[in-house]
Design a protein around this ligand. Structure first.
Ligand code: ZN
Length: 361
């Protein structure tokens, strides 16, 4: 069963920007983050606390975190590779810290230069540091199981190894674990299988999020499989920036705009105003001259009469509790006219609602 409300967690300022050679100026990053938060995105991974020599694109993460945390209602997330990164993240005031653990040890050694045991030790040290903070100042701590759907160096990873590492991250003190399709190998059946596997180890409440790529065009299919399996947080990147775009023309990351379109079309509440979100692309394009932005929704535009589920505080929406089951939404009180959903909150009538997603294809 799909949750009535899904949290779309934007990772573009981290995953997107780390994968391209252009360096976005700090002011442009903050303009992007501010505008996306204003469009209703409530969690944004704004950077990574890694040495600037490794990722000069993210050298200003400290500054970005400090500014972003002033945005009301926004959860400011960061990636950290180790305890030192976590210390910097906490000093800057990040609300959420994610430590990646590559379930492929070859990948872990190659990318982080650390064995599994060493990464688990870092997780334990970070959890201890967080526990030493006063209650109310403790960031949420997630251990992300990366390359979990397969590794470009090792291929498929044994499920008992994945289960053991998920358990080890929780035992080390993580608040939850996440699944990350680092290599873009996932398919909907594997998504369902691994969610079941890992939830069987850590419990339902300790696996709520998934990080999917669109490397082979299965990003949205995988996202649908994930939410049908009970996942409530989906990572994605504006313009599909980042990820592993091996194939020309393919975005690397799941495209935030397309994901939000799918969810809105299905009547799943995200709190995001889609027309306003699409406007944010202009800021990103301005901050990254020459970089390609992907995504079908931005190219095709919203369907005639499309109803964005919009923000939870929006007037005239579907009953206030975010449960948009189609019946409630089919009230047609604010149907868009022939000029299209210029006000961004136009609603579909019952007929259009029923086959909305199909028509968009
Ligand atoms: Zn990614």
């Amino acid at each position: 069963m799909i949750a009535a409300r899904i949290l779309v967690s934007e990772v573009g300022p981290r995953d997107g920007l780390q994968s391209i050679s252009s360096i976005m100026p700090t002011a442009a990053k903050l303009a992007w983050i501010t505008a996306e938060a204003a469009a209703g995105v409530r969690e944004i991974e704004v950077g990574s606390f890694v040495p600037a020599t490794l990722l000069p694109q993210l050298a200003d993460t400290d500054q970005v975190v400090r500014a972003a945390r002033l945005i009301p209602g926004l959860t400011v997330a960061v990636l950290v590779p180790n305890l030192q990164g976590a210390q910097a993240a906490i000093a800057a005031g990040a609300h959420k810290i994610t430590l990646p653990l590559s379930v492929s040890e070859t990948h872990s050694l190659r990318n982080l230069r650390r064995t599994h045991a060493q990464v688990i030790a870092e997780a334990r040290a970070i959890a201890q540091l967080i526990r030493s903070l006063p209650a109310g100042q403790r960031p949420h701590f997630e251990g992300s199981l990366s390359t979990v759907f397969g590794c470009t160096l090792e291929g498929p990873i044994a499920e008992d190894q994945i289960a053991r590492l998920a358990d080890a991250l929780m035992a080390a003190g993580c608040d939850e674990v996440g699944l990350a399709d680092t290599s873009g190998y996932a398919d909907p059946a594997a998504v369902r299988r691994l969610i079941r596997l890992v939830r069987g180890v850590v419990g339902e409440g300790a696996l709520t999020g998934i990080h999917l790529h669109n490397t082979r065009g299965l990003g949205l299919a995988n996202a649908l499989a994930a939410i049908e399996a009970g996942i409530t947080t989906l990572d994605s990147s504006m313009g599909g920036l980042g990820g592993c775009p091996f194939a020309p023309g393919a975005s690397g990351n799941l495209v935030t705009e397309d994901l939000c379109f799918m969810l809105a079309a299905m009547g799943v509440e995200t709190g995001i105003d889609l027309p306003e979100l699409l406007e944010v692309r202009k800021l990103i394009a301005a901050g990254l001259p020459g970089e390609a932005l992907y995504g079908f929704t931005a190219l095709a535009g919203l369907p005639l009469g499309f109803q964005s589920t919009g923000r939870a505080d929006g007037a005239g929406r579907s009953g206030g509790n975010g449960q948009a089951d189609g019946t409630k939404r089919a009230d047609g009180t604010k149907r868009a006219d022939s000029t299209g959903p210029s006000d961004g909150i136009g609603q579909l009538d019952g007929t259009g609602r029923a086959d909305g997603p199909g028509k968009a294809a």
